[in-house]
Ligand binder design. Structure first.
Ligand SMILES: Nc1ncnc2c1ncn2[C@@H]1O[C@H](COP(=O)(O)OP(=O)(O)OP(=O)(O)O)[C@@H](O)[C@H]1O
Length: 237
């Protein structure tokens, strides 16, 4: 028998957190006054884990999602995405990390007004290098699973608020992100529609095996997730 331990690289990679924050800080200065919004955030999210981010208005939920989304600078501490230290990357490296691993859903859908529902879901896949046929099949599958099979060629202005948000969910998942970041994804919808869309969103995220970090004010919706973290005084409790 060999005395060497077997290599277990695949298991190591699979076990890496999709995101790891260590001591993440962010301050803003306005009118000569400095506000420390994030005062040292530590967080790990495992593959496939769905985490609710709760906190009062102004506590820094959006700021924290922006940190992980790698779109803006100005953050202190360490942010790792899929085991890669994002803080050590240049802008092109951060863009690659974002495209390969992250999906985004916002409170307002931000769909492209001149494109149909299916085109809005195809486009990010083409940008990521997928072929037209493959991208179309994936977009159709996602939209059908969200109950939008009859809405594929509607433009956003011809969709209801709940339908628009479901297209935004399909778009966020189109490139099979390891982590979906969602900032009040149902905050713009009435309660019944919010429940329905969130239920479909969570079901799809689970089915796809993605992890998610979902900022919400809604304690009741948060209970449907795997874990709840609370932002208070710039730290997670
Ligand atoms: N670009 C900025 N310049 C100055 N202050 C900012 C900036 N962005 C955010 N802030 C401040 O940081 C704090 C946190 O804002 P943030 O939007 O992250 O909170 P939030 O928890 O997402 O709030 P809400 O639940 O109301 O959306 C607020 O006091 C806000 O005014």
């Amino acid at each position: 028998m060999s005395d060497r331990a077997p290599l277990d690289l695949a298991a190591t990679d699979l076990a890496a957190p999709v995101v790891r924050l260590a001591g993440v800080t962010r301050s803003f200065e306005q009118g000569g006054v400095r506000i420390d919004v994030l005062r040292g955030i530590d967080l790990e999210i495992r593959p496939g884990e769905i985490v609710a981010l709760l906190g009062p208005s102004g506590s820094g939920k959006s700021t924290m999602l922006q940190a992980i989304g790698l779109l803006e600078g100005g953050f202190g501490g360490k942010i790792e995405i899929a085991g890669v230290d994002a803080s050590a990357q240049d802008s092109a490296g951060r863009t690659t990390l974002r495209r390969e691993h992250l999906g985004f859903v916002y409170q307002f859908h931000h769909l492209l007004a001149d494109f149909t529902a299916i085109e809005n879901v195809i486009l990010p896949q083409l940008i990521a290098g997928a072929g037209q046929e493959e991208a179309e099949a994936r977009a159709t599958e996602l939209l059908e699973s969200l109950g939008l099979g009859q809405r594929l060629t509607h433009k956003p202005s011809r969709l209801s608020g709940g339908e628009q948000q479901r297209v935004a969910v399909a778009r966020a998942l189109a490139n099979r992100p390891a982590l979906v970041l969602a900032d009040e994804p149902t905050g713009n919808l009435d309660e019944a529609t919010a429940d329905k869309v969130l239920g479909q969103f969570l079901g799809l995220v689970r089915g796809e095996g993605s992890a998610a970090l979902i900022a919400t004010h809604n304690e009741r919706l948060a209970l449907a997730m795997d874990r709840v973290v609370r932002l208070h005084d710039g730290r997670l409790g």
